[in-house]
Design a protein. Structure first.
Length: 328
């Protein structure tokens, strides 16, 4: 039992120790935060009902849950956010700028616990329920100037898969007071102590509060540059050795949200898994669906949404991934 409890508790890394060059206000704020490895286990510890199984299983579940929750309550964590925290809008011809919005999304795609999807956000009163996801409160808004739409679109296509987002959060001392329910969705609200969004290629900061120094970089995310032959209004296009997890998730997010909206059209619940084959040019060259919706109108709706996805170019002739889609 003790080993099992420890396995739940130490889904978190040890508290982060500041390096010699961690001198920025963000690094100072994060130095005593515990880095999260698996956010789903944190949410489980704060929300699990432990109603499944026989009496022994229920008792064991409650022991695990309560021990983990006691360890977590009121703690400061640093979390990498996969999606939902950064929105890059479309270029505005009047202002000649692209809007950028940072939201308090810790887990806006939902984390399933005991059959319920829990959404973790920054403000209990603010989340707006969307098909398959949640729109959290705005933390910061800015714009980036571009001379024309081609430059703006090229920059957005290039940088979105390379963006990395970290949030410093504080968990509630009493999770029951942080629980919210709205329009059929359930969630937890946490306190946001800091955020930073940066380009993993060169370390440039897109937004940060408090002010951040240069975070870690990964040269593999930069790709090779393919020069445009269409004049200086079309930016250079990167070609990557292979697609990263972050690049794939960034592209899949709007496609999956569109697929989840198929439930609003056909009102059929179920689970699907799509096997997606991506060509070197970034297009979806193969898509195979398994699960509850094969051959149905809902299944066709999901297929159509996924096939619209357009990924960055890579040197691999084929990249194959699988992704679950749950409609409720």
């Amino acid at each position: 039992m003790r080993l099992t409890v420890l396995a739940v508790l130490f889904c978190l890394a040890a508290p982060r120790v500041a390096a010699a060059d961690d001198t920025s206000p963000f690094d100072e704020a994060a130095k005593d935060a515990t880095r999260v490895r698996k956010l789903d286990r944190v949410v489980w510890a704060l929300t699990a009902t432990c109603e499944g199984g026989d009496d022994l299983a229920k008792r064991q579940c409650r022991i695990l849950r309560d021990a983990a929750a006691a360890k977590l309550r009121g703690t400061k964590l640093i979390v990498e956010v996969a999606s939902g925290a950064v929105e890059i809008g479309t270029w505005d011809s009047g202002g000649k700028a692209t809007p950028i919005t940072i939201r308090g999304c810790v887990a806006c795609d939902g984390i399933a616990v005991d059959g319920t999807s829990w959404y973790v956000v920054s403000n209990k009163a603010a989340p707006r329920v969307l098909p398959g996801s949640i729109e959290a409160a705005v933390l910061f808004e800015t714009v980036k100037a571009f001379a024309n739409d081609a430059l703006a679109s090229g920059w957005k296509t290039m940088i979105e898969p390379r963006l990395k987002t970290e949030l410093i959060i504080k968990l509630p001392a009493d999770e029951t007071k942080a629980v919210w329910n709205r329009d059929g969705a359930s969630g937890l609200a946490v306190e946001i102590l800091g955020y930073r969004v940066w380009d993993l290629c060169d370390g440039s900061i897109l937004a940060a509060s408090p002010e951040s120094g240069k975070p870690r970089t990964d040269a593999k995310t930069c790709g090779d540059t393919v020069k445009s032959t269409k004049g200086d209004t079309t930016p250079s296009e990167p070609v990557y050795a292979e697609l990263s997890k972050e690049q794939i998730l960034a592209v899949l997010k709007p496609a999956v949200e569109e697929a989840k909206a198929c439930f609003d059209t056909f009102n059929v619940e179920g689970d699907a898994k799509v096997k997606i084959t991506i060509g070197a040019d970034g297009s979806v060259i193969g898509e195979e669906q398994t699960g509850d919706f094969v051959g149905s109108d809902t299944g066709k709706c999901i297929d159509a949404a996924i096939k619209k996805a357009k990924f960055p170019k890579s040197k691999k002739a084929k990249t194959t991934i699988s992704y679950p889609i749950n409609l409720r």
